[in-house]
Design a protein around this ligand. Sequence first.
Ligand code: ADP
Ligand code: ASP
Ligand code: MG
Length: 403
Amino acid sequence: MKTVVLKFGGTSVGSIDRIKKVAKIILSHKKKGKSIIVASSAMSGITNDLISKSKLISDNFDKAEYDTLLATGEQMACALLAARLRHLGYLSRSWMSWQIPILTDGHYTNSRISKIGKGKLIKYLKSGGIPIITGFQGINNRERISTLGRGGTDASAIMLAKFFKAEECIIYTDVEGVYTTDPRLFSKAKKIKKIYYDEMLEMASLGSKVMQPTSVQDAKLNNIDIKVKSSFVNKKGTLITNQKKIFSNQIITGISSTKNDSKITIIGVKDKPGVAASIFRPLSQNLINVDMVVQNISLNGKETDLTFTIKSDDLKKTKKLIKNNKDISFRKISYDNDVSKVSIIGVGMITTPGITYRMFQALAKKKINIMVISTSEIKISVLISNKHTKKAIATLHKEFKMG
Ligand code: ADP
Ligand code: ASP
Ligand code: MG
């Protein structure tokens, strides 16, 4: 039988009323005679609340317990949803990831699904059941619950689609699809009909949280088409797919922005081979993700200033690691936790010259100062002050005629 994977995000199951509506969406697919697999997120706000609780217990909360704690949100949503379907007379039950099992690799808080056991679910689907599976989690080789990173139910859905060779994978969310930029930050953002994996991956990695980056990578690796659509209104959404299925002459497809970034500058670092590695080694050992990096050589050539960005949550720890780092000597350290990275993304820039200039010029005209720049084949990112984010997005949207 043809299988369809449906994923519902936090807002989609954010209240009892919403859960009742989602049950109806699930049944609309079931009535087409398909086998339905559902992956659900926790009700909106629950995961954040669990994180706040963990912080009150310890600022060094045990990682395995942290994942066990965070995973409970999905359990609640799945039981409510399965019970609603049963109330409506359908065979359904919740499945915890360890019951299936969904196996994971990697670190706590940031694992990836390596395998999904199919036997029990296939039997259940054949009996007409609708499995409601806890997203965002699996069990590792120590049989402990491990989570897939924030927004990880997207990855659960994609991997379920992969292992069950689903004909369709639909990500139901609280917006109508993927837009040219976050519609909550810029009301003139346009819904995108089709987007390449590579562009979506860049957008997601650069802050467009409509899709979790890992999930897009998994979809690309396994060539799984993703449909993103709203669980609030029944409208056509966005298809995320491979390049062959798209024709577009748009140069820039999307604009992403981040919040909660911090910039650190280490001034007057004694320059010698390996100094950058010495600075970043302890950060990497502590799983702190360094994003943009610039290094300037001082006039005398003996010292260097190094600027880089990290997530603001890591700022306290990073400052401590740098101050305690015996392998480097420097004059001063300064930081700014009020910065935002704004990026333009589009495969069109590979073949169109002058995009960087147009971006910088447009921002300059609006008196927006650029602090750090980084580029790849299909994206240009600039670090600016947080207070200019919305203005920068509006300016770039207009400059690249994305409306
Ligand atoms: P879910 O709980 O369904 O997983 P998320 O909150 O993770 O939903 O993602 C949906 C949100 O992503 C939207 O509410 C929107 O504010 C934000 N978003 C950011 N960038 C974009 C974009 N380019 N297109 C659509 N939504 C975006
Ligand atoms: N509940 C988790 C989170 O808030 C996973 C998800 O929503 O996909 O990050
Ligand atoms: Mg999400």
